[in-house]
Design a protein around this ligand. Sequence first.
Ligand SMILES: [Zn+2]
Length: 153
Amino acid sequence: MRCPHCGNVEDKVIESRTLANGEAIRRRRECINCNYRFTSYERLEDKQFMVVKRDGRREPFDREKLERGVERALEKRPVSQMQIESLVNEIEDTTAILSKGNREISSTILGDLVLERLGSIDKVAYIRFASVYRHFENLDEFIREIQKVGGEP
Ligand SMILES: [Zn+2]
């Protein structure tokens, strides 16, 4: 955990204690760099992260599913498993930030987020993902999408 005093990320835990109600663990930590002592609390995420679909139904956020979608879009593309992993991590983190603590995000925003990240690493994957997620209504729309990323239809 990042030291609030010097910013170093290495510390040692000097004391761990479960709070009386059992809902949190309190840890006393000491920075390895400057010996500053600080406290962290560990709590269970009691609310499952939800994705709100277009029709208003909610389903639990499924990291595996997201990863499969990204992998399918990047099939046979020059992108490593490591890049896929970090892309999914990034999306997951951004999702948590965007949800502003209410633990849910719309499937449209999530889809756009994936598109944005895919577009920055591989244009072909972007088109593949867009064609599945946005369900292009007509050819014009598809061509516009391709032109937006600078590819040839
Ligand atoms: Zn420190």
